[in-house]
Design a protein around this ligand. Structure first.
Ligand SMILES: [Fe+2]
Length: 253
C-alpha cells in the first residue's frame, strides 16, 4: 500500500484548528439540514459488486463503458443519456452492489476545465454550489485554515446507520490527492484504508489524510453520520512543517 511517512494514514487533528471546527459543529449540521434539497446519490468506481462483472473504473472511464451497446443495461443507460451518476444509481438497484450513500457538494468540479481530472484540486477547477451559502461559519473556517493555497472540491459523505460505502480507489495512477477528511464523530462512522492483504486501518482521528491510491471505504455505526472532505493544493510551508510535502508534491498533468 501507499503509506505516508510509513503510516497508513496521518492524524492531522493537531495540525488544524480543530477546536474552531468543533465550535461550529452544530452550525454545520444546521447547514446540512437547510441544504437537504441538494443532497444526491453518491457514486464511485466500485469494487463491491457481488453479482455482476462491473469493473473498477475512474469516473471519466465510466462514460465509455456505459456507451458500449453490448452492455445488458444499455437501453436504460441510453435513456438516461449516459449521465454517469444516474446510470450508476440504476446499477445500484439492479445489481447487488454498494455505492457511496449520499453526498452534498458545497463545491464541485466544472466541466471542461483546464485541469482535467485534477480539477477537484484547483480553485478555478471547481465552483461553489448552492448549498455552500448555508455554511457561513464553515466557509470562514476553510478560508482561514492555512492548510491550502487553493481550495478545490468540498463535499459531505453521509452514512445511514449500518450503511457501508463502496470500497474503492479515487485514482489508479498518478499522484495522491491533497485533501483533509473531517470526521468529528468517529464513534458514528468507521472510515478505513485497506492494506495490500486486506487489513483495515481505521482512521481513528477527527481530521486525517491518507493516500487515495489505496482502497478505502466507510461504514455507518448505530446512528446517522457525516464526514467532510476538502480538496485543494496544500500550502507548501504547512505540508513541510508536518513532513508530508515530499509525498504529496507532484500534482497536475
Ligand atoms: Fe474515495
Amino acid at each position: 500500500m501507499y503509506t505516508i511517512n510509513n503510516l497508513p494514514y496521518l492524524d492531522l487533528s493537531s495540525h488544524v484548528d480543530l477546536q474552531g471546527l468543533e465550535l461550529i459543529e452544530k452550525d454545520i449540521i444546521f447547514g446540512i439540514v437547510k441544504s437537504r434539497g441538494f443532497i444526491s446519490e453518491g457514486c464511485a468506481n466500485t469494487k463491491n459488486c457481488y453479482d455482476q462483472a462491473i469493473p473498477s473504473l475512474l469516473m471519466t472511464q465510466w462514460k465509455d463503458y456505459l456507451q458500449d451497446p453490448s452492455n445488458p443495461n444499455y437501453q436504460y443507460y441510453k435513456e438516461l443519456q449516459f449521465v454517469v451518476r444516474d446510470c450508476l444509481m440504476f446499477n445500484r438497484y439492479v445489481g447487488k452492489y454498494q455505492q457511496m450513500g449520499q453526498v452534498l457538494y458545497l463545491r464541485n468540479t466544472v466541466d471542461n476545465g483546464r485541469h482535467g481530472i485534477w480539477s477537484k484540486s484547483y480553485s478555478d477547477g471547481c465552483s461553489d454550489r448552492p448549498g455552500y451559502a448555508n455554511f457561513p461559519a464553515l466557509r470562514e473556517w476553510i478560508n482561514n485554515c492555512k492548510i491550502f493555497d487553493e481550495i478545490g472540491r468540498i463535499l459531505f459523505f453521509f452514512n445511514a446507520p449500518g450503511e457501508p460505502h463502496s470500497i474503492h480507489k479515487d485514482t489508479f495512477t498518478g499522484h495522491p490527492d491533497h485533501f483533509i477528511l473531517i470526521n468529528l464523530n468517529t464513534d458514528r462512522k468507521t472510515v478505513f484504508v485497506l492494506d495490500n492483504d486486506g487489513t483495515r486501518h481505521t482512521l481513528d482521528s477527527k481530521v486525517s489524510v491518507f493516500d487515495v491510491r489505496n482502497y478505502h471505504g466507510s461504514e455507518g455505526k448505530d446512528f446517522y453520520s457525516w464526514t467532510l472532505r476538502i480538496d485543494g493544493i496544500y500550502n507548501k510551508e504547512w505540508a513541510e512543517s508536518i513532513g508530508i510535502w515530499d509525498h504529496f508534491k507532484p500534482i497536475g498533468p
